[in-house]
Design a protein around this ligand. Structure first.
Ligand code: NDP
Ligand code: 8X3
Length: 262
């Protein structure tokens, strides 16, 4: 049982988190483990996943399973979810967090490989997981899909059209899924942050740490833990209540490109 007992209703719940090897996904894993939930952690980097899992197992009395999974592979996603079903493992909460931005460029000059990576991960990967997991939730009459969207799903900023398009798609899928599952007992939520200090910008700038650091220079971004708090809030509402969409911004950010730097 979690440190706080089962006051959050998460004890022995199973939470599947994609993109759990770093940033927001890893912070959410920690928050759910503290609440007593069992975890299935997925990402491509197995070594990083094991590190996260080992830390959790040494501090919390929960089961943690890791799976090296590329959400862009429909076959791998379907096969993994089938494995869970064959073991009678029911996913109570699906946290669709795996995602990335690649590049910052105009549409007319954008790198098409960057576009493919964003579209395949942020939209298609999220859909593959959702399509595979939600039927079981519907059958059981309960479950919760929590999507990590973005402020980029609410506005479009210069040089970010394709990333913003993927997060607009997440917002549309989030809203559509809520309509499609109405009456089934399945809840659908989206947590949509502004700037969060994770590996996100290093990935966006293809490993350019200096450029990534400049994104957050002079302001205080959100931490991954701030986002995990918001996710946990969504996951711990009583069954009759559902957070549909939550926009979470740093105090120093009013809109995607409106920030205050000291
Ligand atoms: P990180 O780069 O720290 O984490 C991204 C995670 O996604 C990693 O665990 C990575 O794992 C995983 N991932 C990427 N591609 C795949 C894939 N094909 N298959 C499986 N896992 C994958 O960044 P964040 O924690 O910031 O990003 C998490 C989510 O938050 C993303 O959806 C992002 O769009 C969103 N977001 C981020 C914001 C920010 O400012 N940081 C703001 C708003 C939203 P691995 O590389 O091991 O596969
Ligand atoms: C990440 C936030 O503003 O860099 O989704 O696109 S932003």
């Amino acid at each position: 049982m979690g440190l706080e007992g089962d006051i959050m209703g998460l004890d022995s719940r199973t939470v599947l988190i994609t993109g759990a090897s770093s940033g927001i996904g890893a912070a959410c894993a920690k928050a759910f483990a503290a609440g007593g939930a069992n975890l299935i952690l997925a990402a491509r980097r197995g070594d990083r996943l094991h590190e996260v899992a080992e830390n959790l197992c040494s501090t919390h009395d929960v089961n943690v399973r890791t799976v090296v999974l590329d959400v862009r592979s429909r076959e791998a996603v379907e096969s993994f979810v089938q494995t869970l079903e064959s073991e009678s493992v029911a996913v109570d909460i699906l946290l669709n967090n795996a995602g990335l931005a690649r590049g910052l460029a105009t549409v007319q000059e954008g790198d098409i490989e960057d576009w493919e990576a964003m579209i395949d991960t942020n939209i298609k990967g999220l859909l593959y997981l959702t399509r595979a997991v939600v039927p079981g939730m519907v059958e059981r009459g309960s479950g919760h899909v929590i999507n990590i969207g973005s402020i980029a799903g609410h506005e479009t900023y210069p040089n970010g059209a394709v990333y913003c398009a993927t997060k607009h798609a997440v917002a549309a899928i989030n809203r559509g899924l809520a309509i499609d599952t109405l009456g089934t007992g399945v809840r659908v939520s989206s947590v949509d942050p502004g700037m969060v200090d994770t590996e996100f910008s290093v990935v966006r700038f293809h490993g350019d740490q200096e450029r990534a650091d400049s994104t957050y220079r002079g302001l205080t971004p959100l931490s991954a833990e701030d986002v995990a708090d918001a996710v946990l809030f969504c996951a711990t509402r009583p069954p009759h209540a559902n957070v549909r969409e939550m926009i979470l911004m740093p105090t120093d950010q009013a809109a995607a490109v409106h920030v205050i730097r000291k």
